[in-house]
Design a protein around this ligand. Structure first.
Ligand code: HEM
Length: 117
């Protein structure tokens, strides 16, 4: 059970890497746009995060305040990506503020995960 939990944490990290990696590639190229890879990364993080939010394969208690905050942050990122890609389809451009919030909020969630115990 514990090994399976670690495998799910690994897939959770792959979701994080996919979302943040896809965002940073666009950011350093100064391409203010939403790509499908960002959505896939977010979806992987959400699904594996919900699995990890259940108390199995653990010897310690889960921090549900932290998990709740992470879920809210993820929903905000999802809204930014959703509104951003709708605007991208309609007008051809994503409002920069929506795009530039995605990366820092993703890092915020990773920071919450590792710093808030
Ligand atoms: C962009 C979104 C997210 C990012 C970047 C992210 C990042 C991370 C990272 C880096 C870890 C590893 C921490 C460590 O092992 O020290 C982690 C663990 C965890 N995450 Fe997330 N996360 C995200 C979304 C979520 C969501 C939405 C949930 C639940 C609703 C969640 C629940 C968890 C749980 C329960 C763990 C602990 C795993 C364990 O120690 O057994 N995460 N997250």
């Amino acid at each position: 059970m514990e090994i399976l939990r670690h495998v799910i944490v690994l897939v959770h990290l792959i979701g994080f890497a996919t979302l943040f990696g896809a965002w940073i590639v666009e950011a350093v190229s100064r391409r203010v746009r939403v790509t499908p890879l960002m959505n896939y990364g977010l979806l992987i993080s959400l699904l594996t995060g919900l699995i990890l939010a259940a108390p199995w394969g653990l010897e310690h208690d889960l921090n549900y305040a932290k998990i709740g905050v992470k879920l809210v942050v993820l929903i905000v990122i999802g809204a930014l990506l959703g509104i951003g890609s709708a605007r991208q389809k309609r007008t051809g451009a994503v409002p920069p503020v929506l795009f530039w919030l995605v990366g820092p909020l993703t890092v915020l969630n990773a920071a919450l995960a590792v710093i808030w115990r």
